[in-house]
Design a protein around this ligand. Structure first.
Ligand SMILES: Cc1ncc(COP(=O)(O)O)c(C=O)c1O
Length: 506
């Protein structure tokens, strides 16, 4: 596909303007600031521009294209009405430096969102500042550090315990906050190995980072004992709330014994994500950690003349300080608020129940080539191992995933968690109807069949996508994103016979 510059035709225009009636005064733009040459812009008709961008968007796979069961990412459909709400000029045109008196509605929204998140998680206070899950984790770890320092134990409590099934951001964050990471193995059921945890918890423990359901998609039913072990050792228990979707309205981290949590609003509460787009990772704490929260925080002031008044509370002396400019990614907060109000308590619970139902249905429908890594009823996502299929056919989980692109659906996450051989992690989400789950299951079964009949076709897949298989390691280690004329992707015939038709890795 050509770039828009390559499609440019000199003199072609989308809009013709009348020549200006009055000449601009000669000094309207100071001499030194005037262009010597006109800007280099593509010249196209409006319809060509429209077709160009529509064609580009069609080369992408998104939730608008079909099912997107990317485990650990909660790629659910986000209601478009929440986009419309976030685009309202009263929200979208605000300036963060406006006086509080002129942004009472925005402050009220943040105060009410904080209250809703407290209710949903069982926490006492939240900061809405962090802009992503990982930044929420860092905020949490800085709070853990500040808490131990304030108690005179900062020098002693240097270790953070992290289960071996944890999301990679957990150990990375703990290390970034200056802690030593101590891995805790999982037991045979995929839970935290309680005996191993007990052996590692000590007076050096600053805290434990855990998500429940964990990254194997199973609910750790030993959670109260786990929290008690860490608390008895003097540590804090941190909840990675990126997996909140399946427990919404059903269980609360605050009731499970967690002291602090972060949430991924962009996973659970209606913000499309992927490609590094804006997110929000609010951090909630129990009351005793409130003084360490970043600030300033939006608060409800005393009602004046019968009218509620909202303002900004400066950070306390013990605060870890700001973690982001102003008050966070405000429009992501608006979407979350609108979503929570639209769902209501009952609706949120239904989200969780449907997410779990969809995952269990799909896990059942995949068939014998995709056995669960842990033979337990999964929650919102599940992990299968394709190691047996690999031994039989030589086809890897990666090849199966690439083959699914040719079946017209997005593949699941592969090779995560690291503890499962040839792992595939599948999260269908609550927004896929049963026909779509059936379509997904059929795609899984079909690639398993191709692995037996035509393994080469999978090793060279995908064949029907605009780009062939990339050398992902090279693309990550040596990104070269410069535009070079003539290096556009070759046009691929979506109907072409697949076998052996792949272009060499880019
Ligand atoms: C369990 C878990 N923790 C943390 C994160 C990190 O969140 P973010 O990508 O917003 O930094 C994710 C991301 O999806 C996750 O699944």
């Amino acid at each position: 596909m050509k770039t828009i510059f390559e499609k440019s035709v000199p003199g072609r225009r989308a809009v013709w303007f009348e020549p200006a009636r009055e000449a601009a005064p000669a000094d309207a733009v100071p001499e030194g600031r005037r262009r010597r040459t006109p800007p280099r812009l593509p010249e196209l008709a409006e319809v060509d521009i429209l077709r160009h961008y529509v064609a580009m968007s069609q080369r992408n796979y998104s939730i608008a294209s079909g099912p997107y069961p990317l485990g650990s990412c909660t790629m659910k459909y986000n209601p478009v009405v929440n986009e419309a709400v976030a685009a309202l000029p009263g929200f979208a045109s605000l300036h963060p430096r406006q006086p509080a008196a002129t942004v009472q509605g925005a402050l009220r929204l943040m105060v009410e969102l904080e209250a809703a998140l407290c209710e949903i998680t069982g926490m006492d206070a939240f900061t809405l500042q962090p802009a992503a899950g990982a930044q929420g984790e860092l905020t949490g770890m800085l709070i853990v550090r500040a808490y131990h320092r304030a108690r005179g134990e900062g020098g002693q409590r240097t270790q953070v315990l992290v289960p071996d099934s944890a999301h990679g951001t957990n150990p990375a964050t703990a290390a970034m906050a200056g802690f030593e990471v101590v891995a805790v193995p999982s037991d045979r059921r995929g839970n935290v190995d309680v005996a191993a945890l007990r052996a590692r918890a000590s007076e050096r423990t600053a805290g434990l980072m855990l998500t429940n359901p964990n990254t194997l998609g199973v609910f750790d039913d030993g959670i109260e004992e786990i929290a008690a072990i860490v608390h008895e050792a003097g540590g804090l228990v941190y909840y990675d709330g990126a997996n909140l979707n399946p427990i919404l309205g059903v269980a609360r981290p605050g009731d499970m014994g967690f002291d602090l949590v972060h949430l991924n609003l962009h996973k659970t509460f209606s913000t499309p994500h992927g490609g590094g787009g804006p997110g929000a990772g609010p951090v909630g704490v129990k009351d005793f950690l409130r003084p360490y929260l970043p600030g300033p925080r939006p608060v409800r002031l005393a009602a004046r003349e019968g009218q509620e008044e909202y303002g900004l509370e400066p950070p306390s002396e013990s605060s870890i300080g700001r973690v982001r400019s102003f008050y966070g990614n405000f429009l992501v907060l608006v979407r979350a608020y609108a979503y929570i109000l639209a769902q209501g308590g009952e609706g949120l619970r239904r989200v969780a129940e449907d997410a779990v139902l969809a995952a269990n249905y799909l896990a059942h429908e995949l068939g014998p080539d995709y056995p669960l890594a842990y033979d337990r009823r999964p929650m919102h996502e599940f992990v299968v191992s394709t190691a047996a299929l690999k031994r039989e056919t030589g086809v890897r989980a990666l090849d199966l995933a690439k083959g699914m692109c040719d079946e017209g659906v997005h593949p699941p996450t592969v090779y995560f968690p690291l503890t499962v051989e040839e792992a595939m992690m599948v999260e269908p989400t609550e927004t896929e109807a049963v026909e779509n789950l059936d379509r997904l299951a059929a795609a899984f079964r079909r690639v398993a069949e191709i692995a037996r009949t035509d393994p080469e076709r999978l090793r060279t897949a995908p064949h029907r996508t605009p780009a062939a298989r990339l050398d992902e390691a090279r693309a990550t280690r040596h990104p070269d994103l410069r535009y070079r004329p003539g290096l556009s992707l070759p046009e691929r015939d979506p109907q072409a016979a697949p076998a052996g038709a792949a272009a060499p890795p880019a």
